[in-house]
Design a protein around this ligand. Structure first.
Ligand SMILES: Nc1ncnc2c1ncn2[C@@H]1O[C@H](COP(=O)(O)OP(=O)(O)OP(=O)(O)O)[C@@H](O)[C@H]1O
Ligand SMILES: [Mg+2]
Length: 244
């Protein structure tokens, strides 16, 4: 039994901590002195212009890149990720999920595979070759694989960048349902509408620095950093031009 008094008074243990983390490729500083703690709660959205370091920051958090200086502290066994384009094994949809379950050391029986596919609405395609699926279906399969290992954190790097609105909605629904079940979502996106729909908190990057961190509502209503103000104003102009 846990001691409730201690529980109540204790600060939530962060799932992930970056302390002065920097990333350098050759002479280029891609990320500089990022300090950040991520704890349980609603989805965290990473935003920033092209080349600001979003993918690099996700790679550091996921352990796919090592910091050139500073520290990154995260329980790797508890994380999953999905990128903009996912690689499918040359096998059936069901076999792709079974492989992910096995890789995570979990039972890969029919029931577990079916549960994972039900979660993303792909059970009816279980026997299809995975590589024949549409782009949107492949992203949902990638999510089924990523979620099948019951991650504490799910990292997503622009998971809907090449999807149409209906498939984007399907992916957003899965992300929201996963967040509601307690999976911590850390996701990059260029889509401000999507960030507003999904985000509980926003991290804004510019030139490899974390320049703003704010609850989503206050970030979109009143961004504090000049970089985020410019970014949001620019995106607004572009989306209005697209509508006219
Ligand atoms: N392996 C690498 N070697 C050299 N430079 C790199 C490498 N990976 C990334 N960079 C550089 O680091 C910077 C940040 O790249 P990153 O991909 O993290 O940005 P991003 O915010 O994800 O951009 P986008 O919005 O286009 O996806 C860029 O200037 C990029 O050219
Ligand atoms: Mg990127």
């Amino acid at each position: 039994m846990q001691d409730k008094r201690t529980d109540k008074n204790a600060a939530p243990q962060p799932l992930l901590r970056l302390c002065n983390a920097s990333l350098r490729y050759g002479v280029v500083d891609v990320l500089q002195d990022v300090c950040l703690e991520i704890s349980a709660g609603g989805p965290v959205i990473l935003m920033g212009p092209n080349g600001s370091g979003k993918t690099s920051l996700l790679k550091l958090m996921m352990g796919l890149a090592a910091p050139s200086s500073g520290d990154v502290d995260c329980a790797r066994s508890q994380v999953s990720f999905v990128f903009q384009k996912s690689v499918m094994l040359r096998r059936s949809v069901a076999a792709n999920v079974a492989f992910a379950l096995q890789a995570a050391g979990l039972p890969a029986n029919d029931k577990a595979v079916r549960a994972a596919l039900d979660r993303v609405g792909l059970s009816h395609l279980a026997q299809r070759p995975a590589r024949r699926l549409s782009g949107g279906e492949q992203q949902r399969l990638a999510l089924a694989r990523a979620l099948s290992r019951n991650p504490a954190i799910l990292f997503l790097d622009e998971p809907t960048a090449s999807l149409d609105p209906a498939q984007t909605k399907a992916v957003e629904d899965i992300v929201q349902a996963s967040a509601a079940m307690g999976v911590k979502i850390v996701m990059s996106t260029h889509d401000i509408g999507q960030a507003r729909r999904l985000g509980s908190e926003v991290l804004f990057l510019a030139h490899g620095r974390l320049v703003e961190r704010a609850p989503a509502a206050s970030f979109f209503n009143k961004p504090e950093s000049p970089e985020a103000q410019r970014f949001l104003a620019g995106e607004l102009v572009i989306s209005q031009e697209a509508l006219s």
